[in-house]
Design a protein. Structure first.
Lengths: 299, 672
């Protein structure tokens, strides 16, 4: 073959190949496969649910007979304190939880990776300074901060996403930084530096792809944490009252005294929703961690 | 009767890629008090064979045939508890890599006492302590140092501790797995001398595993050469080295330079070792053998006598004589060097010592990594910087190409000062100077294809009009580095390549920009000997074709000798001798060089003459001795009756009678 006919492997093709092999490994791991199946259910609910069973928060029950009804043929999972179908509500909650989890994590991942890369690669004051900022975010108690922020800025889905995203990045930053610190001393990085490559190239082309697997495995776990955080905030009444989520459901269930009235159908379904989603992400995250981190692979 | 008799030992490793037949009907025997060397390249099964004796094989290995008789008792099939007893009291192991084999949080003395406590519970704590003190003294460590921790010991001292530990339960056989690999040549000589003395004093039998034939030639009575899991040849070292019967042994010996002889370029062995997952028909070496016949590819040769106590597994032995043509006198492609390309004047590099320590005068202590070095690199030459680890040779080179900032001094490139070059000027220098690193496994980005690795320098410096043009340049560089076919290699990742191929990729990446100077930092020390010669001759060919200049950094004087035009010997941040390669190696003048050259092992038994083994190790560059920095260890100073100048006046590097530069007050002292 001549140089003209040579088709170099480019980044996109390589990422595709990496995804295929890693997908195979994930699917062959029993824990990973369980996580994937559970997640597929949740995603299906989030995408198809609102189309097939549109939930209208304003569609309240017509009379007192419809309020907090136990499951029956008419109401498969019973009704809430306003006489709305719990089943429709749980399905609608999946979308909110996933959106919050994914978007908040994306913010956290981008901020954390950027700060981790910068802090790990730049020697001296900048790196030190960034790490002190990270330490600061790591030690501030997240819950009170989010409560205060939500109270001050207002209650909307955007604020919740932002608050979760901006408080969960420090762990990613720490992981990325420590990995960059070792990579920076590796010979291939030093060789590239000796070629006269600019820092942007060294970080973007050599360091970032080598830390990315770590970031991805970590990200999946951060999603689980973000979903829990959203549920916590919503349960405490700081959620967006317009967009129903599993956390807000629990919040209103407790406010209306569902527990005292024995309305278990109003409490258990959103609880199961949270557990299944968080479990799915946790299983996938741990499985990916083993796959992408060869040192753990044999254990 | 032999102390140890290994017969037809066959061992398999189960891996995801299939079963590997690591050892295939290997045989060896060791008599009481005898030293047997187990030689061969990586993957030949020498370590697996040896570690099977004390039952120390990894989990995925299984012995599928043969027998191991120690003192007439079969060891295969014994329980772990029985092997545990045999392991320390009858056959003990000195492991490779003394750095990692000691527990960092336990005192050295306690670690030596541990096997005694475990295997001789009747010994009281006091008796054990007495034994530990004896053992330490025996391996040349003051007994008082037994209370110290491993980090307080240097590499050589740790290796001594490992030996003391192996001796703790008075075994009759010691298995030493690469005991001197990764040690500096002087420390290596000290350890080899210690092993020799211990054998004489204690009547120990020893199996010495080494990839370095020279080490075996010097320390063993008999040698066993292994190839692809099989015994290729075994016999008395004199017989093996003087009249090697197997073509592999012959080729292997030719791959080692011999500084006691005329300079000759070493020859590599073409091809690669066979894949051990597939059964090998016939002789395993047939594909790389220059004299193989049709029969060699179909029939496995049996180990049969070719002389008194000398066996070889070759159909053609003892008549087989593999072709010697590759051994050309001198290095290929020598050029007459021209004027200086780079000139370094009074270069100094100091690193601050971390922490709050202060010298008595209140100043902060510094490490004088490079302490006043002047030399020039002539256009078209190979200049070798040689010295022990930590002597500053790599720092000198990296400072010269402006990867480390000098504290003071001047660096000139083609007559212009580049000491403080910045920005665009520095980037242009990066184009002209290229580096090849020691470890090809480490110096290539594992996530890039060979194509991207070699293309990257072009992208960084904006060379090549478009992707097609760059690909053409990449292919030309790959072909130039001997990687054929380029298109196939270019699409691969580094982990698909062998060590030698990876180093060729690194060389291709270094030459794609057509630099003037290539700094090669130990470029072959991680490679098997049969690939070393190929890389070295590639480097010299490229020099002839593309008029490269090389700065070759190595700890191995014999390698420097065969590849370099001139050699600079570095000791404690200073050049102590600089001259033509032949002069420096064959007629060294500085007492340090003379000691180093005298301890270079050679692949010729009985050649070790008048070794000058320096005691101790080089002092730290943060506490350089006053006067001549070598004087505390100098044997010549002692011979001359301790002249005052040595300990008071720092000698400068000045021309001696023959024009060579020597930094010694007595450059003619004691020369024959």
């Amino acid at each position: 073959m001549t140089a003209e006919a040579f088709v170099p492997v480019r980044r996109a093709g390589r990422i595709g190949a990496a995804l295929r092999t890693n997908w195979g490994l994930l699917w062959s791991d029993p824990l990973g496969r369980t996580g994937v199946i559970l997640l597929a259910f949740v995603i299906a609910a989030a995408i198809l649910g609102p189309v097939l069973f549109p939930f209208d928060p304003k569609a309240v029950g017509e009379s007192a007979k419809d309020i907090l009804q136990p499951p029956s043929a008419q109401y498969p999972l019973g009704t809430d304190e306003l006489g709305r179908q719990v089943l429709w509500e749980v399905i609608a909650g999946a979308r909110t939880s996933l959106v919050v989890g994914l978007v908040a994590t994306a913010i956290s991942m981008i901020v954390g990776t950027f700060i981790g890369l910068t802090a790990g690669y730049s020697r001296g004051a900048l790196g030190e300074g960034l790490m002190r900022v990270t330490d600061f975010f790591l030690v501030i108690p997240t819950l009170p901060l989010t409560i205060v922020l939500a109270a001050v800025i207002g209650q909307s889905l955007g604020v919740i996403i932002l608050v979760i995203g901006l408080t969960s990045w420090p762990s990613t930053a720490r992981i990325v930084r420590s990995s960059v610190l070792t990579l920076r001393e590796r010979q291939f990085i030093q060789r590239i530096a000796s070629l006269g490559a600019r820092d942007r190239r060294i970080v973007g082309i050599h360091i970032l792809p080598n830390v990315l697997p770590l970031v991805i495995a970590n990200t999946i776990l951060v999603i689980a944490g973000s979903i829990l955080a959203e549920a916590t905030l919503a349960f405490l009444g700081l959620g967006d009252p317009v967009n129903v989520s599993w956390g807000t459901m629990l919040h209103f269930a407790f406010q209306s005294g569902a527990a005292g009235r024995g309305a278990w159908w109003y409490i258990i379904p959103p609880g199961i929703g949270i557990v299944v989603t968080v479990l799915a992400f946790t299983l996938i995250g741990h499985s990916l961690d083993r796959i992408l981190n060869p040192r753990l692979r044999s254990r | 009767m032999a102390l140890l008799e290994v017969r037809d030992l066959t061992i398999r490793y189960r891996t995801t890629a299939g079963d590997i037949r690591a050892v295939d009907a290997a045989s060896l025997h060791v008599d009481a008090g005898e030293a047997v060397g187990l030689a061969g390249e990586s993957g030949c099964g020498k370590t697996t064979t040896a570690l099977a004796i004390p039952g120390l094989l990894p989990q995925n290995a299984s012995i599928v045939g043969g027998s191991i008789l120690l003192d007439g008792r079969e060891l295969i099939g014994r329980s772990e508890a029985e092997m545990e007893r045999i392991r320390w009291r009858e056959a003990s192991v000195v492991f490779q890599g003394a750095m990692n084999a000691l527990n960092p949080v336990q005192r050295v003395g306690q670690q030596i006492a541990e096997p005694i406590r475990l295997h001789e519970p009747e010994t009281s704590a006091r008796q054990a302590q007495v034994r530990v003190d004896e053992l330490l003294e025996r391996v040349g460590i003051p007994a008082s140092r037994g209370r110290e921790y491993p980090h307080e010991f240097s590499g050589g001292m740790r290796q001594r501790v490992m030996i003391a530990m192996a001796l703790a339960c008075r075994p009759r056989l010691i298995i030493a797995d690469e005991p001197v690999t990764a040690l500096d040549v002087m420390v290596q000589a000290q350890i080899l001398r210690l092993l020799k003395e211990l054998r004489e004093q204690l009547g120990l039998a020893m199996i010495l595993i080494s990839h370095d034939l020279s080490v075996i030639a010097e320390t063993c009575d008999r040698a066993v050469v292994m190839y692809a899991g099989r015994t290729a040849e075994s016999g008395d070292v004199r017989a093996i080295f003087r009249t090697p019967a197997h073509p592999y042994t012959q080729a292997l010996i030719r791959a080692f330079p011999n500084v006691r002889r005329e300079r000759a370029f070493v020859a590599g062995i073409p091809g690669y070792p066979p894949d051990l997952t597939a059964p090998i028909e016939g002789c395993a070496f047939a594909d790389r053998c220059s004299v193989a016949l049709g029969r060699c590819r179909t029939e496995i040769p049996a180990l049969r006598p070719v002389g008194a106590g000398h066996d070889a597994a070759c159909h053609l032995a003892p008549e087989a004589r593999s072709c010697d043509a590759a051994r050309t006198p001198g290095a290929p492609g020598r050029l007459a060097p021209e004027g200086p390309l780079v000139r370094v004047e009074d270069l100094r590099v100091e690193f601050p010592v971390r922490g709050r320590a202060r010298l008595p005068d209140g100043s902060k202590p510094v490490v004088h990594a490079v302490d006043g070095v002047s030399f020039d690199v002539r256009r078209g030459e190979v200049l070798a910087l040689v010295g022990e680890s930590g002597c500053g040779k790599t720092t000198i080179a990296k400072t010269m190409v402006r990867l480390i900032d000098p504290t003071s001094g001047r660096i000139e490139y083609r007559g212009s000062d580049i000491t403080r070059a910045r920005g665009g000027e520095l980037r242009r220098l990066r184009e002209r100077f290229q580096l090849v690193f020691q470890d090809p496994y480490e110096s290539l980005d594992p996530r890039q294809t060979v194509h991207e690795i070699v293309e990257e320098p072009l992208l960084i410096h904006g060379r090549g009009r478009d992707a097609a043009e760059r690909t053409r340049l990449v292919f030309a560089a790959l072909e130039g580095a001997g990687l054929h076919p380029a298109a196939e290699i270019a699409a691969r990742y580094p982990h698909h390549l062998s060590g030698g191929q990876r180093q060729r990729v690194a060389i291709a990446a270094a030459m794609v920009l057509e630099p003037e100077l290539i700094v090669a930092d130990e470029p072959v020390s991680m490679l098997d000997v049969s690939f070393r010669a190929e890389i070295l001759s590639l480097m010299l060919e490229l020099r002839a074709q593309r008029s490269f200049t090389y700065l070759f950094i190595t700890h191995d004087l014999s390698l420097a000798w065969i590849i370099a035009d001139r050699i600079a010997v570095v000791y404690l941040g200073r050049i102590v001798e600089l001259g033509a390669a032949d002069d420096v190696i064959q007629r060294p003048r500085h007492p340090y060089t003379r000691a180093l050259v005298s301890v270079i092992p050679v692949p010729e038994p009985g050649a070790e003459s008048d070794q000058i083994v320096l005691t101790g190790e080089a002092p730290s560059p943060s506490a350089v001795p006053a006067g001549c920095r070598f004087h505390p260890r100098c044997w010549l100073r002692r011979d001359l009756g301790d002249p005052e100048a040595c300990s008071t006046v720092d000698p400068s590097l000045v021309p001696a009678a023959d024009g060579r530069l020597v930094a010694c007050h007595f450059p003619e002292g004691g020369t024959a």
